[in-house]
Each structure stands twice: as structure tokens, then as C-alpha cells.
Design a protein. Structure first.
Length: 188
């Protein structure tokens, strides 16, 4: 199967971009199709599930998310996450984000997945990580960056409450994926 981008342009640019493209690609029945597509270009991202071993809790970030207001919410509890800077390594990015958002220093993290959160509309690829920490690894206050108008609250969710949380309160896809991965791979 092959594709060709015959034309691509930025039709909107602010913090993120909207791209418009003309593409031709093979159809499953053998012929080609040419069409126009639009994509939200926000760059790639990282996210991590942290397990605080000495409290047996997973660490989450509660913060305001404007897009969720379209569904009458506004605040979302999710795993720490962020956007990769240009030429930034995903592992270094997630270490930076965890320190900014929750105040924890992580030394070892493993990449468990990478995925496309919304491949029909967005160019983003997200790298999903897992790390174990202790409460003594909290070396800064966290809460996000004031320069980015972030206001992040640390939530410690006991491991024993993950299943209930998934059934009743989880709404963020990367958080759901990582919590389910944890239940399948790490919980005894």
C-alpha cells in the first residue's frame, strides 16, 4: 500500500497548526483514490504512570482542560503528560514534565507503548511511560509552570482503588490505557 502527499499547507497557525493536504493513496480493491484531508498538528507528546511504592498509590494530575468544557466538565484527572519540544528525547521530556507538574524526580522510566490518540484528525504520536518512585523523590512543589498558567493538583490514588476509578471517574484515554496496563502487568 502506498500514498503520496501532492500538496500540503498550513491553513491556521497559533500555538498549534491546522494542515490541509491533497493526498492520493491505494485503495484495498487495487485502484487509487485522491482526496483532501485536514489535520490538527500539535506535535508529539509524552505521558507517564507513576507508582509511588511506599504509599502504594499511583500519582495523577488534576487540572483545568478547556476542551472538556464542551462536555460540561472543565477539570480532568490524568497521568502527567506534556508536549515534546523540537528535537527533544521523549524520556527527557517526561522527566521534565513530571518535575514541573508533580515535583517528583524520576530516574528510571520504561516506555510501555506509543500510540496515536486521534489518528483521524491529529498528527500527534504519544509515548507512554511507567516509573516507580517513593515519596522521598518529591523534591519540588510541582503544580505546573506559572509562565504557562498551569494550576495542577497532585492526586494520590491508592492502587486498590484503580478498578473503581476506571469504572466511575476515568475519562482521559492515555490514563485509562496506562492504568489498564498497570493492572495487567504490575499489580500483584
Amino acid at each position: 500500500m502506498k500514498y503520496k502527499i501532492t500538496k500540503e499547507e498550513i491553513v491556521f497557525e497559533d500555538v498549534y497548526q491546522v494542515l490541509k493536504a491533497e493526498v492520493t493513496y491505494n485503495r484495498f480493491k487495487g485502484d487509487d483514490i485522491s482526496t483532501k484531508r485536514i489535520a490538527f498538528n500539535r506535535g508529539d507528546g509524552v505521558a507517564i504512570l507513576l507508582h509511588e511504592k511506599d504509599t502504594d498509590c499511583v500519582l495523577l494530575a488534576n487540572q483545568f482542560r478547556y476542551p472538556t468544557t464542551k462536555h460540561h466538565s472543565g477539570w480532568l484527572t490524568e497521568v502527567p503528560a506534556g508536549s515534546l519540544e523540537k528535537n527533544e528525547n521523549p524520556l527527557e521530556c517526561i522527566k521534565r514534565e513530571v518535575l514541573e507538574e508533580l515535583g517528583y524526580k524520576i530516574s528510571d522510566a520504561i516506555q510501555v507503548f506509543d500510540c496515536y490518540p486521534s489518528p483521524g484528525a491529529c498528527t500527534e504520536k504519544t509515548y507512554l511511560f511507567f516509573a516507580e518512585v517513593n515519596s522521598s523523590d518529591k523534591i519540588e512543589k510541582g503544580g505546573g509552570l506559572e509562565t504557562e498558567n498551569e494550576d495542577i493538583q497532585l492526586i494520590k490514588l491508592p492502587v486498590t482503588q484503580i478498578k473503581k476509578y476506571l469504572k466511575t471517574e476515568a475519562h482521559d484515554a492515555k490514563t485509562i490505557i496506562l492504568l489498564q496496563w498497570f493492572l495487567l502487568n504490575k499489580q500483584v
